[in-house]
Design a protein around this ligand. Sequence first.
Ligand SMILES: [Zn+2]
Length: 401
Amino acid sequence: MDISYDDFIRTTDKERHWPAVNYFWKKLEDNGDIYPEKYKGYYCSGCEDFLTERELVDGKCIYHNLEPELVEEENYFFRLSKYQDKLLKIIEKGEVKIFPESRKNEALNLIKAGLKDISFSRSVKNLPWGIPVPGDNSQVIYVWADALVNYISALGYGDKNPDKFEKYWPADIHVIGKDNLKFHALYWPAMLMSAGLSLPKEIYVHGFVTSGGQKMSKSLGNVVDPFEMIQKYGSEALRYYLLREISAYEDGDFTEEKLKNLYQGDLANGLGNFLARVLTMALKMEINARLKTESSVAEKIKETSKIIEEKMSDLKFNEALAAIWELISFGDNYINKNEPWKISDSKQKEKIIFNLIAILEGAAEFLAPFLPKTSKKILANIEKSENIIKVYRGENLFPRI
Ligand SMILES: [Zn+2]
């Protein structure tokens, strides 16, 4: 998928992660938010959590369709209830902006239904690989104060050298799946408040990808292998599908049929064809680089840029891409309207080609974050010097498959 990362850390990292978790736990403890208590509850191994009444239907977890087990233990608890009013205020006012709005409301409803304190540790017998509770070796720290703290342990929280933590925290945005809402919108901010740390500015909650209208599952045999799709269609095509076809806010559906159609339609016939048309006409021409872009063309590019900026600030990738394809079809219409092959006046023809290259270049630049390889390949076909623009016919971006 051509995705890279700056750092990689696991919660098993005893040098960077474990000391940070210890430090964090003690902060919460010092603040009086951790206490021991015996309790009993329905535990779902899929959720790795105890379920509330509302999360049980016919005795099964609504997320995993699993029958939970009744568990009784003495553990340490975190006073989540203490933060109920603060959480409500912070989320309502958008101090932590949760979007889309439907997820924000879901979080608010969870808070309004009443927050109970949460179990924060397990017996070492059940979780032998866990991080020991400071001062009590019979208990290990449960997932909340372990996994969530990974966000800041990776930045060196609690370390002698807090440079990265001070530079990067609070996070501008947490990107999470809808099944993680409760942990990131309620537990994590409450824990951060207890530790006296700043809260993430935004939480973006995306949906699930279904396969042929159904949840992907081994028993249904509809699990899509992304590596296989990349081998057949290329990483750019799969990126395009996920960003364009899957709504940024709701669940989206994947089928190979639709991927094939998008590949042929939007990529090969849409973008690929526009590129080929422009390059074919401009080939062997030396175009004056000092010409001015026609006002209708300049305006269209500017308008596209504005729409993309707006859509991206709401992370509506699909709508940002739609705007780029609008620009491409504007370019196609520009060719059809001007019919440059019929023009004998070479100056006139040069102007039209100049405008087309401006559209192509604009589209390629807008595409950079979405289809980085495609963007680079398009721009590599255009050679610009101070006075002259020349184009080359590069490889076919989206060959027939
Ligand atoms: Zn579950």
